[in-house]
Design a protein around this ligand. Sequence first.
Ligand SMILES: [Mn+2]
Length: 435
Amino acid sequence: MNIAFGHSNTDFDCLGSLILIKKLFPDYRLIRSNHISPAARNLFDFYEGYFDFLTPKDLDGERIDRIIIVDTCMAERVAEYLTHIRDSDPEILIYDHHDTGGCNILGARVAGAPLGANTSYLGRLAMAKSLVLSPEEATIALTGIYADTGRLIYENVRRDDYEVAAWLLDMGASLKLVQSFLEVVKEDEQIEVMNRLLQKNTRSIIQGHEVLLSYLELEENVSGLAAVVEKVMDVENPDACFSVFYIVKNKTILLIARSQRSAIDLHQILHVYGGGGHQGAASAQIKDREGPLFYEEFLAYLETSLTPAVRAGDIMTREVVSVHESRSLMEASQMMEESDHSGMPVLNDEGTVTGYIGLKDIMKGRKAAAMKSPVRAYMVKPAISAVENITMREVERLFFKHHIGHLPIVNEGKLTGIVSRWDFLQYQKRRNYYE
Ligand SMILES: [Mn+2]
């Protein structure tokens, strides 16, 4: 018998991959995990019939010739199946879009590419074979791609993800259904918790990061709390979010965290509580602790464990061309041309920034035939400037609030650098999205 399966805690991308395996390799039986991720549960229940799954137990006593594994190359994530495969020496083929360098499934052949979703890689194979999918199969696959790529916007997204998504639409995938499967906050209990979180959240600045903190007591565990925290994260858009739930019924603390800054490594931070996950998403379960006391202790721990945020001084351009306020517009215009800048901070005798002069201001002077006037007369004032240790959040706010493209940076009143929109966008590009 030939079989195929994905990792435990089956997610949308696993299901999307498996539905395509069924089309690409019709002589393989799909095996379902005993653990379906809560988020993917709805889609799984809805379409279970399309997969025609066997369970790991069904493998007892079977001779397995070939195995296909999707969306993981780590043995510990497929242990629940492997323990049922005995007396066989199957050929193993893995399709995985993760970094497969650390693959620890011995003797396996590994295929795949670093696409946003594993489903996209198999979709490519299906496209090459001109396979035809039913609308249901296309919907399952498209949900997999949307889930793993944050609806095609995460950093991991490649052209192939778009092309396969387009092909799936051609095959009749329903975006309405995809959306409803991805909408994981829909149970009344979840919505109630979400409202309470939105009310009780406090926003703090820790080491320069904007962090959302909350402590909530729940009578009993609510399924899908992680999805609720993610939704709150979406609404509030902090750098990171830490939600501490105290479950009264079994006296357990559930700590759920999300981060969208690479400087905040949640896996590392929650490690001391025996939790873990990824850099951007992690959780921990803590037993036998008083809720409020734990929360207090956790806040103190956060203060010491967060790495300082990037600040204006870290990314600013240090070589700034500036102009004295008594220079003429003509001179300023020449300086801009020579230095290839579209604007400059203006300084007084003390070296203090008193304004900003841009090409637009010089144009005004030119129209008024006043090119001999001092810069002082045409500059934009008061000067918007900031100190080196303001965070990137604050830099962004100043850009938006004052509609400026350059932010002069001063230290003890003296100009030390400038952050342009370009510097800011470069910084934004380097930022990590979470998976
Ligand atoms: Mn995946």
